[in-house]
Design a binder for this molecule. Structure first.
Ligand code: F6R
Length: 245
């Protein structure tokens, strides 16, 4: 695992965006795995700026998002489909039909999980996966205790995740309690992974990630077994880590 230490959120976003832009230019048909949440917003802003200013094209790119809330349709402003459209896709020349987010409003949710896996397989898998990290070590919505062998599946969100995500909703009661998420095995099949972390709130999680041990109670620790992971973290996020970077 390579650790790239940066000063703050802005620098993390710039470093991640530059990395993604290089990938798209070298490999215009790349398939990206994408995350929602606060962490990648600054990165997405920079991709949009670069697209406007330098014309980097996403016409041949495909994207697969990590997760979606169950019970919310893509028109719901709290859904991750809506988030991705408004924060990124609507501002690039990417073809909407090449942007995949699991459907949280599918009637057959188990079928939706299987479908998502086969679509991903048909696209040849993920070249570069962007990840954030939950305070409890979740990646995607794979909460502590999730099997490392899991594929795309339905999860009950941990109370701490519901609390953390309540900031996007009017009341905590509105936060869905279930989601569809790519599994840990799905994420681990990505050829390359970029995990982003910023701020003191992530310090303990990053400390554990960079500490010792791989175990299912701390899902992100599985990344220690992946041959090609870069962690772009700012000073605050690295403040509880013992490793020297
Ligand atoms: C989002 C996702 C989550 C977030 C994590 C951190 O698609 O998969 O694992 O990356 O909850 O969220 P933020 O960035 O809001 O701190």
């Amino acid at each position: 695992m390579e650790i790239i230490k940066v000063n703050n959120y802005e620098e993390m976003s710039k470093t991640a965006a530059e990395y993604i832009i290089r990938k798209v230019r070298q490999f215009p048909e790349a398939t990206f795995g994408l995350a929602t949440g606060s962490t990648p917003v600054g990165t997405y802003k920079r991709l949009i700026e670069d697209h406007r200013e330098n014309g980097t094209s996403y016409k041949k790119v495909a994207t697969f998002n990590l997760d979606e809330y169950i019970g919310l349709s893509g028109e719901n402003p709290q859904s991750y489909r809506y988030f991705m459209d408004s924060q990124l896709f609507n501002h690039l020349d990417i073809r909407k039909e090449n942007t995949f987010v699991p459907s949280g409003s599918a009637e057959d949710l188990a079928g939706e999980c299987r479908n998502y896996e086969s679509k991903l397989k048909n696209h040849g898998g993920i070249d570069l996966q962007i990840l954030g990290i939950g305070n409890n070590g979740h990646i995607g919505f794979n909460e502590p205790g999730t099997s490392f062998l899991s594929k795309t599946h339905i999860v009950d969100l941990a109370d701490s995740t519901i609390k953390a995500n309540a900031r996007f909703f009017n009341t905590i009661e509105e936060v869905p309690t279930q989601a569809i998420t790519m599994g840990i095995a799905t994420i681990m099949q990505s050829r390359e992974i970029l995990l982003l972390a910023s701020g003191e709130a992530k310090a303990d999680a990053i400390g554990q990630l960079l500490g010792n041990g791989v175990n299912e109670q701390f899902p992100a620790s599985v990344l220690r077994n992946h041959p090609n992971v870069k962690v772009i973290a700012d000073k605050a996020a690295l403040s509880a880590s013992k490793v020297r970077v």
